[in-house]
Each structure stands twice: as C-alpha cells, then as structure tokens.
Design a protein around this ligand. Structure first.
Ligand SMILES: [Zn+2]
Ligand SMILES: [Zn+2]
Length: 228
C-alpha cells in the first residue's frame, strides 16, 4: 500500500471510496459502515443532510401538488354531488326538468351505482389528498398510495364505461328521441360526451401516475436515505 496522503512515511490501510486516495487508520472516519477520509466524510454528511426537497424528482413534486388539489376538490365537492343524487327533486333546477330527466333516465340500479361510486369517490379523494402529502414529504407509503389510487381509477373507468355505454347512453337516447325537444336530444348527447371525456381524463391521469410512480428515479427517491 502507498503512504497516507496526510502522513508521509505512514503506510495507508485503505483507499477512501469517494476520492480514491490512500489514507492511514488515523485519517479515516467511519460513516454508515464505510471509512472515508476527513474531507469526504464532511461532504457525505452534507449530502445525507440535504433536505428531501432537493432530492425529490420534479415529477413527484408535480403529482404531489396535483394530488392535493384534486383530492381537496373531490373531498369538498363530492358531498354536494351526493346530495343532488340522493334528493334530485329537492334541488332547484334553473334550466328546468333536469332532475326529472335524471329520475326518468336512471333506473334504481343506475342511481345506486351513481351514489355508490360517489361515496367511494369521497374516500378515494381523501386517499388522493393523503397521497399528495405523502409524495411531497417522500414518505415510503407516499409512492404506494398513488399507485393504489391509479389502479382504483382504472377499475372505476372500466366499470363506469360499461354502465355508461350499456345502460346510460341508450336510456338517454330513448328519452331524447321520445321528446320532440331538440334541446333534450342535444343534452343527452352532451351528457354522454361529457361522461366519456371525464373517464378519458381519469384514465390519462391514472396512466401518468402509474408511469411516473414506477420510474427508477422516483423509486430511488423513496428509498431510505442510508443507501446512497
Ligand atoms: Zn476522500
Ligand atoms: Zn494519515
């Protein structure tokens, strides 16, 4: 072995794994089970102490904020949706007839689905909100929660699409063709398109979540800090 960089004449016992220079036992400091030279140990300590924000990938920050925004919106809005679904006849309809149309076109089974999916939606929004907070603070569960949410979204989209296309759109079309009002027909088509767009956006968001949350850089960021 070569001489210690700091002590000429003293044989080194090990190379510093960071700078690659030979050092004697007196010069090496143990950190996390690895022997570093003095300056390198200081640098490693600094690296380990850097705040989670600095090692947080941009995608995690973006999804953290988005999840909090969407989660909060869902938690705040869903109870009103639920109210409308449970008692549509009590909600004043300025455009007229909307709540009636809802009751006519929606069988009890479809109303049950609407109400059930809204209740699940409230829970999912709360989960999404928590996932956003977990993402921003780089908690280990902060990555698993959005993945779970994305899988839930995919299931809801599949079930919801089936219900929309098999039951809802035919029912609305029948209702619209029965009435001579072109406005009702347009409303039915508009509602169908709106529903499809809603599912499309959910699908894209879930796919993006799944894609980014499984990226190696993101997985790495959620590992415990003791391994560099
Ligand atoms: Zn070193
Ligand atoms: Zn030395």
């Amino acid at each position: 072995m070569a001489d210690c960089v700091n002590h000429p004449g003293v044989e080194s016992v090990r190379y510093c794994p960071r700078c690659g220079q030979p050092f004697c036992g007196d010069c090496l400091v143990e950190l996390e089970g690895t022997a570093y030279c003095g300056p390198c140990k200081d640098v490693r300590v600094q690296e380990l102490q850097t705040t989670p924000a600095s090692r947080r990938p941009t995608s995690v920050t973006v999804f953290g904020v988005l999840n909090i925004v969407f989660g909060a919106m869902g938690v705040l809005c869903s109870p009103f949706v639920l109210l409308v679904l449970l008692a549509p006849q009590f909600i004043p309809q300025p455009s007229g007839g909307n709540s009636e149309a809802y009751l006519v076109t929606h069988s009890p089974l479809m109303r049950a689905w609407d109400i059930g999916s809204t209740v699940i939606g409230i829970v999912a929004s709360a989960v999404l909100l928590a996932a956003g907070i977990g993402l921003l603070s780089l908690k280990p569960w902060g990555r698993r929660l959005p993945i779970g949410y994305a899988i839930y979204c995919l299931c809801i989209v599949v079930i919801g699409s089936i219900i929309t296309f098999v039951f809802l759109i035919p029912a609305m079309m029948t209702e619209a063709s029965c009435s001579n009002d072109p406005g009702a027909r347009g409303g039915a088509i508009g509602g169908a398109i709106g529903g499809v767009c809603g599912y499309g956006i959910t699908l894209i968001y879930a796919a993006l979540l799944l894609f980014y949350m499984t990226r190696p850089g993101v997985v790495q960021a959620f590992r415990p800090t003791d391994k560099p």
